[in-house]
Design a protein around this ligand. Sequence first.
Ligand SMILES: Nc1ncnc2c1ncn2[C@@H]1O[C@H](COP(=O)(O)OP(=O)(O)OP(=O)(O)O)[C@@H](O)[C@H]1O
Ligand SMILES: [Mg+2]
Length: 454
Amino acid sequence: MVEKLENILLQVSKSPIIDEGKLEQATQLIIKSVIEGLDISRVGVWLYDDESACITSQYLLDANKGEQSSATICATDFPNYFNALKQERTIIANRASEHPATSELKAYLEQFGIVAMLDVPLRHKGKMIGVMCCESTQPERQWTGDEVAFVGILADIYGRAVSAAERVRYEQLLIKHNEDLEQRVAERTKSLEDALSNFKQAQDRLVETEKMAALGKLVAGVAHEVNTPLGIAVTATTHCEHRLKKLKQSFDEGKISRNTLTQYIHDTLDAYALMNSNLERAASLIQNFKKTAVDQSSFELVECSLGDYISSLVISLRPMVKKKKVTIQTHCEEELTIKTYRGALAQVITNLISNCAEHAFKTPDENHQIDIFVEKENADAVVRITDNGAGIEPDIQHKIFEPFYTTARDDGGSGLGLSIVYNLVQRKLNGTIDVQSQLNKGTTFTVRLPNIID
Ligand SMILES: Nc1ncnc2c1ncn2[C@@H]1O[C@H](COP(=O)(O)OP(=O)(O)OP(=O)(O)O)[C@@H](O)[C@H]1O
Ligand SMILES: [Mg+2]
C-alpha cells in the first residue's frame, strides 16, 4: 500500500477518538481521512433501517460544501443497487453511470456530477449495517487495489467505533442502573429502618404495659391477701364493742357479777390477741409488698443479700399462687451478696413464679411446689426456680423466650413475659438464663448472676 494511505490509516487507528465512544466525532475523522486518502470531495456513511429496505446518510461530507443534510434511498426505487449491496461485497464502479449496480442512481449521479463510486460495506459484530460511499467527480477515476483496501480498513475501523459507542452506552446504562439500585436500596433501607423503629416503639410500649400488668396482678393478689387479716381484725373489734356495750348496760343496771367481768376480760384479751396478730400480718404483707413494688419500678445498682431478698419477695408473691394451692420454698444455705439491680431481679422472679402459677399448674392441688435454690457456682450466684408442674413440650422449649410466643393466647397471654425476663437477665443483670423441662415432671429455670461480693 502506498505510504500516504498507510500513514493515514496509522493516524486513524491510533486516534483515541475511535474508542472513546463518541460515534459522531469518530465518523467525521474516518470520512475526512477517506477524503484525504482518495483525494475526492464526497464521502458518506449510509446506514440500513431495521428492515434493510432503505439506507439513510448518517454523515455525508462534501469537502467543498461542508456537511450535507441527511438523505434516504430505498430498495423499491433502486432494486439493482440494493441487490448489489446485499452481496455484502465492495462495489467498485469506475464509471458509475454504466455500472450495473449504480447506473439506476442516474439522477443522483448527475445532480452531484459523480463519475466514479466506491461503496464499501460497514459491519458491526459481523452483520452488515450500511455502506460507506466514496464518490469522485474527476472525469477519469480508476480505483486502485490499495484504495479499495484502504477504504475497507477504514470501514472496519468504523465498526470498531460503533462497538466503542455501544460499550460506552451500556456502561452509562449500567452506571444509571447502579445509581437507581443504590437509590432504591437506600429508600428500602430507610423504610425498613422506619418500620423497625416503629416496631421497637410498639414493643417498648407493650413491654411497659406488660410490666404494669405484672404489677397489677401483684397488687390484686396482695390486696386480697391483706383483706383476710383486716377482715378478722374488724370482726374482732366489732365483737369487743358489742361485749363492751353489754357490760356497760349491766353496769348501769348494777347487775354486774364477778363471773361476767372475768368472762368479759378473758374474751376481750383473746380478741385483742387476734386483732394484734392479724393487724401485724397485714402490716408485714404491706411492708413486703411496698419493698417489692418500689423495687419493681426503681432500677438502682445496689448490694443485695440474695437469700433474704428472695425470701421476702416470695412472701409478696404467695398470694399470686395461692389459688392453685402452690407452696413456695426458698433454699439458701450460705448467704450470698451480689451487686445488682434489685428491681430487675424482682421482675425476673415475679415473672417466673407467675408463669408457674399460670402454665405449670392448671388446677389447684396441695402437692404443687415451687423451690427456689440460691447457690454459689464458681464465680457466679445461681438462682434455680423449679416447679413440679406440667413441663414444656420439647419442641417448643427453644421458642419460649421469643417475644409474643405463648401457648396461652386464649387466656390473655401476650407471650412477652419470658422475653422481658431474658432481656433483663442478659442486658440489665449481665447474666444468663436457661431452661430444663420434662413433660409432666416439671420445669427449672436457671439464672446465673455475676458480681458476688465476698
Ligand atoms: N413454668 C412453666 N411451665 C410450663 N410452661 C411454661 C412455664 N413457663 C413458661 N411456659 C411456657 O412458655 C410460654 C411463654 O411464656 P411467657 O411468659 O413468655 O408468655 P405467657 O406467660 O404465655 O404470656 P404473658 O407472660 O405475656 O402473660 C408460655 O406460654 C408457656 O407455654
Ligand atoms: Mg408469662
